[in-house]
Write a protein that binds this ligand. Structure first.
Ligand SMILES: [Zn+2]
Length: 63
């Protein structure tokens, strides 16, 4: 059973968010969909945050 990633509130400390995202504080930025924090920059950037990606995957699996 996979756990649904949680949106990271933009008020969260950038360093703490980076720790959750397993990236550098410099790589943290805003998700264009929910304005939560995501790994926006860098080599393994994910512009859309994990929570939005998971929601999208869940929706598409419903057909
Ligand atoms: Zn998002």
């Amino acid at each position: 059973m996979e756990e649904m990633p949680r949106r990271i509130d933009p008020t969260m400390d950038r360093t703490a968010a980076a720790h959750l995202l397993d990236c550098l504080p410099d790589e943290v930025g805003y998700c264009p969909r929910c304005q939560g924090l995501t790994r926006r920059y860098g080599r393994h950037a994910q512009v859309v945050c994990p929570a939005c990606r998971a929601a999208e995957a869940a929706e598409s699996s419903h057909g």
